[in-house]
Design a protein around this ligand. Structure first.
Ligand SMILES: Nc1ncnc2c1ncn2[C@@H]1O[C@H](COP(=O)(O)OP(=O)(O)OP(=O)(O)O)[C@@H](O)[C@H]1O
Ligand SMILES: [Mg+2]
Length: 730
């Protein structure tokens, strides 16, 4: 080790014009800074030895190539470097030389000189271009401030280095010192070394230090966060372990904890919406404190089961292929053009605007006209799940919205149950028989339905049991009803009503051929070659054995015939059977419905009326007779008030106009009149049963029999005359 008055040698004047050049890899030395080096290459060791023997001053140039190159390859060396004084040197056994060097000043190599095994260069000493003034001061103080921040943020840097920076008054040295301390790339350091203008150097270092501060601050923030998370988790884990130990000590079983952990995992996996997550966590924490055999424990676990099994974010993808959807709809149902067109329109709109809200459709019509089955078909066409709940006879609001959890045996309402069954949050949801929803002291279910069926509100449907909102806005609701009158107006207003009217004879024939017969044939195990129906036979079944707007009875009758044929085929009596009109009697027995119209209106005193029932249109026969007696009017046949009033008004009119009508004026003093409307025990009344039977008849003030529309002018007048004839005779 050598030590020969180094301080004096630190003057740039001592630096010779011809310098031995030592290449530097992965390091940069700035003037006045100290750097430890290890020298291994033979020629470099020789260089150091020679320098030590002379003035101990060497030149350091940064090599642009990262790997060690021969000291002779000058083209890889930077042209600006630092002259340095070897402060200390030590040799180790494997011929490695360790150096401690201190920078003296900047220089530029003018030319390299040969003659030695190591590089030598003729150099030009470079001096800083100094500036003074407030700008430099400001730059310096900013730089020092940022540097202190770096010292704070980097645990590896001693605090003293900050104080040292504060004490440096020379701007160039300050920039050099900071550049050599902060963690920047070697190329950046070299660039700073090459900047002689002090102001420019300060600015460049400021730029680099700002970036460095940002990186460190961000890193620090991440570090604190991660640490916080870890601490929380570690703390939780530690506490849980303690809890476990305490429970074990108390002799309590661990099965509850296992279950709680399972629920915790499920909640984690499920990615619940925020409110649901909070509620679930709250219940879970409650559960963790309970004994597994307590009643409340089961209640909480059922709740958690519900909340973790609902499809909060799961939805099926819609089939937006319109042609395919049309095909599926036609496959399942004949006709029903209007509802089918509506569904296709919906699909088209969804294709153009995927987030469009679905309509709330209401299929209204007589029984058996395909309302429910069309719902299934729509779900199939859209590629969605299908859920159906029947609202017939539902009187309790809780059936829709669920019970509060405080009740024993509380459950979510049918809507949430349906959604869980569907396992997707966008099923086709059919609310069947919505017209048969009742209401009593237990609440009004239709009011709860108002929320479900309102597209503006149902994105946060609140079930009493769940107690957190569930988004129903993606569900396609379809309701069905036989009659619209019983649906509360507010509810009806929310729905787009599509009427499915009854089928005509022709339509029934086509549906039988295309759908009902093939279906029943399959269900009864027959092949198409084994059974066939003639058109006449089908028509005979339709008119003689069924009287309905829909198709249920017809399908049942066809099933009966198919069973009959199946038993004959099974017995081996026939191999194939063509059902004709003559065979119908064999399978279905005597004809059940004959047209009584002709026979009834031929009888004097009988008039026809038309009636509307949920099952379609009906002919109504009104029978009147007069007998000796005294001012008696009997009305029979389950008549409502409106019909009774009509009959009385008719009598008053006849009495008032007896003379004009050619009837004895005091006919009523000697007569009892009996009006009867048969048609079984069906109650008959309604707005259309009023005294003015039809606009035409009413204007003529002639017809007083109920419910005869204008289109039936002739039949409306005829029976009326007949009744008068009876009166006249008397
Ligand atoms: N247009 C049609 N094409 C083919 N089959 C039909 C058609 N209309 C109804 N059907 C058949 O009639 C039967 C009864 O239909 P569905 O159960 O859908 O009646 P509904 O309208 O829901 O009656 P309700 O009002 O009594 O509930 C089903 O088997 C269905 O397939
Ligand atoms: Mg139905």
């Amino acid at each position: 080790m050598t030590d020969k008055n180094p301080e004096a040698a630190l003057d740039t004047d001592n630096v010779p014009e011809l310098l031995a050049i030592l290449p530097l890899f992965d390091a940069t030395l700035f003037p006045k800074m100290v750097l430890p080096l290890v020298v291994m290459q033979e020629e470099s060791v020789q260089l150091v030895d020679e320098a030590m023997a002379k003035d101990r001053i060497i030149g350091l140039l940064v090599s642009k190539k990262p790997e060690k190159v021969s000291t002779q390859s000058k083209k890889d060396l930077a042209s600006v470097g630092t002259s340095a004084l070897i402060l200390k040197m030590a040799k180790s056994a494997d011929n490695k030389t360790q150096l401690l060097v201190q920078g003296i000043g900047r220089f530029r190599v003018k030319e390299f000189v040969g003659g030695k095994p190591f590089l030598q260069g003729r150099i030009e000493k470079l001096t800083d271009v100094d500036h003074a003034g407030t700008q430099i001061e400001a730059l310096m103080s900013n730089l020092v401030g940022q540097f202190l921040r770096i010292v704070d943020l980097s645990p590896g840097l001693p605090q003293e280095i900050g104080q040292m920076a504060q004490s440096i008054s020379d701007p160039g040295t300050l920039a050099d010192m900071i550049a050599s301390t902060i963690n920047i790339a070697n190329e950046d350091k070299q660039r700073i070394l090459e900047i002689l203008d002090v102001k420019a150097r300060l600015e460049q270092v400021t730029k680099l230090i700002n970036h460095q501060v940002e990186v460190l601050e961000l890193g620090n923030k991440i570090q604190t966060q991660v640490k916080g998370d870890m601490d929380k988790r570690q703390r939780e884990y530690y506490l849980r372990q303690q809890l476990k130990a305490i429970k074990e000590e108390l002799g309590e079983t661990d099965e509850g904890t296992v279950e709680v952990d399972e629920y915790r995992e499920k909640i984690e996996e499920k990615d619940l919406p925020e409110e649901a997550r909070k509620e679930a966590d709250r219940e879970l924490n409650r559960m963790a404190k309970m004994h597994p055999s307590s009643a409340e424990y089961t209640v909480v676990s059922t709740y958690l089961d519900w909340i973790t099994s609902l499809p909060w974010h799961d939805s099926t993808e819609d089939t937006l292929d319109i042609k395919k959807a049309r095909k599926i709809l036609d496959e399942d149902h004949y006709g029903l053009e209007k509802p089918k067109r509506r569904i296709i329109e919906y699909l088209a709109v969804r294709k153009l605007k995927p987030d469009s809200k679905g309509p709330i459709l209401c299929f209204a019509g007589p029984p058996g006209t395909g309302k429910t089955s069309l719902g299934y078909s729509i779900a199939r066409a859209l590629g969605r799940e299908f859920v159906r709940i029947s609202l017939g006879g539902v009187r309790d609001e809780a059936e829709i919205r669920g019970h509060r959890r405080t009740y024993v045996g509380a459950m979510p309402g049918r809507i949430i149950q349906g959604i869980r069954r569907a396992e997707s949050n966008n099923p086709v949801f059919m609310l069947d028989e919505i017209d048969k929803v009742g209401s009593d002291f237990r609440g009004d279910p239709s009011s709860a339905l108002l929320e479900v069926l309102d597209p503006e509100q149902n994105n946060s449907f609140q079930d009493h049991y769940l107690d957190v909102p569930f988004d129903l806005s993606r569900v396609m609701f379809i309701t069905t009803a036989n009659i619209l009158d019983t649906i509360p107006p507010a509810l009806r207003d929310r729905m787009e009503v599509l009427q499915l009217l009854g089928y005509t004879m022709d339509e029934k024939l086509k549906i039988s051929q295309k759908y009902l017969i093939p279906r029943q044939r399959n269900e009864n195990g027959l092949k198409s070659s084994q059974i066939s129906f003639t058109k006449g036979a089908i028509k005979a079944v339709i008119s003689g054995y069924t009287r309905e707007a829909g198709l249920r009875n017809l399908e049942r009758e066809i099933a009966t015939i198919c069973r009959g044929v199946a038993s004959q085929v099974a017995e081996g009596k026939v191999t194939s059977f063509s059902v004709t009109i003559d065979d119908i009697y064999k399978f279905l027995g005597p004809v059940r419905f004959t047209s009584e119209t002709k026979s009834r209106i031929q009888t004097p005193g009988v008039a026809t009326g038309l009636a509307w029932t949920p099952t379609g249109g009906e002919l109504l026969f009104i029978e009147a007779t007069a007998m000796n007696g005294k001012k008696g009017l009997s009305l029979t046949g389950q008549l409502g008030d409106v019909m009774k009033e009509s009959a009385m008004a008719a009598l008053s009119f006849i009495r008032a106009n007896a003379k004009k009508l050619g009837i004895k004026e005091n006919f009523y003093d000697e007569l009892d009149i009996h009006i009867h409307v048969p048609a079984g025990a069906i109650p008959k009344d309604g707005p259309s049963a009023g005294g003015r039977c039809c606009p035409l008849a009413a204007s003529r003030k002639r017809c007083w029999l109920p419910t005869v529309p204008a289109s039936r002018k002739s039949s409306c007048r005829k029976p009326t005359r007949r009744i008068w004839r009876i009166f006249r005779k008397r």
